[in-house]
Ligand binder design. Structure first.
Ligand code: HEM
Length: 277
């Protein structure tokens, strides 16, 4: 690679792991005579997609494609939540409309449940591919070469993604307990179906409002790094990839992140300021 970026170098070292896998047939032994940790992973199955997923390139694709799907979700969710500014009637009608999508042609709530299961699968694959790429990367430490500076940048990007990812996942559990499951110790004033009132009740508590702002800033760092790295990762597999367009790619990553995060953090702030309430 002729260009260096923290997040991308992170992927490059996993690429080295993939190359190591192909240089030694699965099950073969390393120079010391013991099976190398990388080779141990590459068992062939009868499913080509599973075989592809065992390689770093396959995992990168899964992480990128699920990342794009999650970007679509967070954008659509933010856009729907803008109805908070239109008042309780509009937001509650919108939320009820989401639950009855496909009615009366399809069975009650079928579409929303299909979307939920899809989202869960996408989320699980995103986390699994990220985790196993990190493990592959650790096993291949040193195999990819690169300068010490690259390695430091790569480690920084990897750590940033890991920690912001963990914060967002923890936030999500709280968030579901807050607005979807309505757990009383998380949102004591929760009422089923009263989406607007539930949001206002939750964000009226300063500690919760601050936690939402912090979690959404972590989401922003994750989104910015992630969307930029998707472009690098998928783009560099194309023979027509032009690193000169990197400023444009960075610009898109920044604009997309701002478009999601700024409205999201405005909601708890607006409730605290009495603009929504
Ligand atoms: C401050 C910003 C946010 C607000 C005001 C908000 C608001 C809400 C509300 C009101 C619901 C419940 C909807 C209903 O019961 O119909 C909900 C559900 C949900 N939110 Fe958020 N949300 C925010 C940010 C996020 C973020 C950043 C994520 C993802 C990282 C997220 C993921 C979800 C998910 C997965 C559900 C469950 C959807 C379902 O299965 O019904 N939200 N959100």
């Amino acid at each position: 690679m002729t260009y260096v970026d923290g997040a991308h170098r992170w992927c490059d070292r996993t690429e080295a792991a993939r190359l190591t896998t192909t240089q030694h047939p699965p099950g073969s032994q390393g120079a010391s005579g013991a099976p190398s940790p990388v080779n141990r992973r590459a068992k062939r199955t009868t499913f080509p997609l599973v075989d592809l997923y065992q390689t770093a390139v396959g995992k990168k694709w899964v992480m990128a494609v699920t990342g794009i799907a999650l970007m679509g979700f967070v954008f659509a969710h933010m856009f729907g939540n803008l109805k908070l500014y239109q008042g309780p009637e509009d937001l509650d009608k919108y939320a009820a409309g989401l639950k009855t999508l496909g009615d009366p042609i399809l069975p009650n709530s079928m579409v929303v449940w299909l979307l939920r299961v899809g989202l869960l699968v996408v989320f699980a694959l995103h986390i699994h591919s990220a985790y196993s790429l990190t493990m592959m990367n650790r096993r291949s430490n040193g195999a990819g070469g690169g300068t010490r500076r690259d390695t430091i940048a790569a480690n920084f990007a990897a750590r940033t993604m890991r920690w912001t990812g963990i914060i967002v996942a923890a936030f999500l559990v709280w968030h579901l307990a807050d607005f979807t499951w309505g757990w009383s110790f998380v949102n004591p004033d929760y009422q089923y179906g009263a989406v607007y009132d539930n949001v206002v009740a939750s964000f009226s508590r300063p500690a919760v409002a601050i936690a939402y702002v912090v979690a959404n800033l972590a989401l922003g760092v994750h989104l910015y790094h992630g969307s930029w790295s998707i472009f690098q990762s998928l783009g560099s597999m194309s023979p027509r990839f032009n690193p000169r367009r990197n400023p444009l790619r960075r610009g898109f990553a920044l604009a997309f992140t701002a478009a999601v995060v700024l409205p999201n953090i405005s909601f708890p702030i607006a409730v605290q300021l009495g603009i929504i309430g």
